[in-house]
Design a binder for this molecule. Structure first.
Ligand code: DGT
Ligand code: MG
Length: 567
């Protein structure tokens, strides 16, 4: 594009020479050569044909500009896509505690909004700088060739002015760049929270408070944009003034030195056309530099996140399950959340035989959920080990261990898709094991509801996070999902708490009829849920304070007796 533009600009000089001085063909070796080459009959004919030629050239140049622009954006957005998915791949492989310590809107904002900013504010400007710089240099060299003095003045004036303006804005641009990322994140975060809490917000009539939270963030963000846009546009006004001034200045200079203006017209036309191309090119370079400066903090942030990722993650979902034959041993494990001051799990040792059902009970906050998060390998113990048969759990085998496990967490996660897809977690409709699906939903006591009450049965869409389902229905979908996987270890964290006692009892009873070697870990507040367990552990502040079967605990443990009496 640069080459084409320069040829377009350069062709003005001989054309205007031809027009201004008919005897130019004899004087100029170049014009003479062209005249001879095309076998023109007279200068008039040459003038007309070269005029048409230049028009055609400008047309081609502009067509080509459209094409290169398309190419440029295509290239940039391809990078944006690559970056966006690479970031997601990095985040998706971060350890679970990353999500405990960071607001989830951060991931959202970076992957979508900031990658967009990176494209528009960094990648496109870099390409812009290269292409415009190349063009400017070629145009300038041509000017130097024609008249070094004028070229130097033109370049020194324009370049110097841009440089001064850029240097004076540089730090401020970066500062508001950092602020922009911060306020953009706040905007996303406050909006996401508002939408998640809409039910509570409505009932408590707190629309104003949450509206203001977003409004504040949006206002701060919007305050930065005009400052940034102003900074980008200032040089244009200054430079237009300088350019017009210099064209007039050069006219006067040539008028004085050349004596008559007639012979100066070809050159003046060249300067005008060169300026016409050079000015926007330099303006674009400046804008691109300013954008780069402003958006540099984004590069810093995203680069940091990408760099901290280790290698190329495999996304494959077919992982071989870790052999589990005999026991799970928690050997003196300790755990403290990074952001907490006190440990949650203290020197805890538990052995659990394959095929057993054990239960954790204890007051709220005693560490039950944390303990199962450790067992499934979402969290890593600070001290101590989790040993499966004889294999200690570590980063390299945790995925294989998770293949053995189905975990129904306290909050069942549902997504806006069909019932079947929510149970099988994204297995393609044609690959779903229909029999297993039926069986899992029967065991979870939700089969009748799905087939008789939902309009499209298993193909019914359940809405965002399952809004079209009741709390108990959501829990039973969570259970059906766990059973569909046919695990060897089933972990239920308050997984039946939203069910009525009768439904819960029938589900627990059907779970007991499952294959003998299913190992079950149940957390429950309702004691009837854990009555049948082989061993019940009472947790308090991260320690086991008593253990035994339901009956033996009733006999031996005072606080257990109180719990039973209360329930
Ligand atoms: P629950 O579900 O109310 O019956 O209580 P548990 O026994 O499941 O308690 P758990 O394990 O969720 O929490 C134990 C303690 O750890 C409690 O004091 C809250 C604290 N904790 C839980 N999650 C986090 C976290 O992500 N960061 C920090 N700093 N502390 C946490
Ligand atoms: Mg819990």
């Amino acid at each position: 594009m640069g080459v084409l533009e320069v040829v377009g600009v350069a062709s003005i000089l001989p054309f205007m020479q031809l027009m201004a001085e008919p005897d130019a063909i004899e004087k100029s070796r170049w014009l003479n050569a062209i005249y001879e080459f095309f076998h023109f009959e007279n200068p008039r004919q040459m003038l007309i044909y070269s005029g048409i030629g230049i028009i055609a050239l400008i047309g081609v140049t502009n067509l080509f500009t459209i094409f290169t622009t398309w190419l440029r954006y295509k290239f940039s957005w391809e990078i944006a896509h690559q970056l966006s998915v690479r970031l997601l791949r990095t985040y998706i492989h971060k350890p679970y505690n990353f999500y405990l310590d960071n607001n989830s809107s951060q991931v959202n904002t970076y992957i979508i909004s900031e990658v967009g900013n990176l494209t528009g504010g960094v990648i496109i400007p870099i390409i812009e700088i290269f292409s415009r710089l190349f063009m400017s240099i070629v145009i300038l060299s041509m000017l130097v060739f024609v008249d070094p003095k004028v070229a130097m003045i033109m370049f020194g004036g324009l370049g110097g002015a841009y440089l001064i303006i850029y240097l004076s804005q540089k730090n401020y641009l970066k500062r508001i760049g950092v602020l922009r990322i911060k306020t953009n994140l706040l905007r996303y975060q406050s909006l996401q929270e508002l939408l998640q809490g809409i039910k509570t917000i409505m009932v408590y009539n707190k629309r104003e408070f949450f509206y203001n939270r977003y409004s504040q963030a949006s206002w701060e963000f919007s305050n930065i944009q005009p400052k940034y846009n102003l900074l980008l546009s200032i040089p244009r006004s200054v430079l237009e003034f300088l350019a017009f001034g210099s064209i007039l200045g050069v006219t006067i200079y040539l008028y004085i030195t050349a004596g008559n203006i007639q012979s100066a017209i070809p050159r003046l036309s060249l300067y005008a056309v060169a300026g016409y191309r050079l000015l926007p090119a330099m303006q674009k370079i400046f804008t691109a530099l300013a954008k780069l400066r402003h958006n540099y903090p984004v590069v810093d942030k995203l680069h940091n996140d990408l760099r901290k990722s280790h290698g190329d993650y495999k996304m494959t979902e077919t992982i071989k399950a870790l052999p589990f034959k005999d026991r799970i041993l928690l050997n003196k494990i300790n755990f403290k959340y990074e952001t907490a001051t006190r440990p949650v799990i203290k020197d805890l040792t538990i052995e659990l035989k394959k095929g057993e059902t054990i239960a954790f009970i204890g007051s709220t906050g005693s560490g039950k959920t944390t303990l199962v998060d450790l067992i499934v390998g979402l969290l890593n113990p600070g001290k101590g080990q989790i040993i499966i048969d004889d294999t200690p759990l570590n980063a390299s085998n945790v995925k294989e261990w998770q293949e053995d496990i189905s975990y129904v967490p306290q909050e069942v996660f549902l997504f806006d898709d069909t019932v079947a897809s929510n149970i099988t977690l994204g297995i393609k409709a044609e690959e779903v094991n229909r029999k297993q699906l039926e069986r899992a939903t029967q065991l979870a006591d939700i089969h009748t509801f799905i087939s008789e009450q939902l309009p499209d049965g298993f193909a019914t869409e359940i809405g965002e996070n399952g809004v079209r389902l009741s709390g108990g229905q959501r829990q039973r979908l969570g259970l059906a999902r766990a059973l569909y996987k046919a695990p060897s270890v089933l972990i239920l964290d308050e997984a039946t708490s939203a069910l009525d006692s009768i439904t819960e009892k029938s589900i627990i009873e059907s779970l007991q009829k499952l294959p003998q070697d299913l190992t079950t870990i149940i957390i429950a507040h309702r004691l009837s849920t854990v009555k049948h367990a082989n061993c019940i552990y009472i947790l308090d502040e991260g320690k086991v304070i008593a253990k035994g079967t339901y009956d033996s605990l009733i006999d031996s443990n005072k606080s257990f007796q109180t719990m039973v009496n209360l329930s």
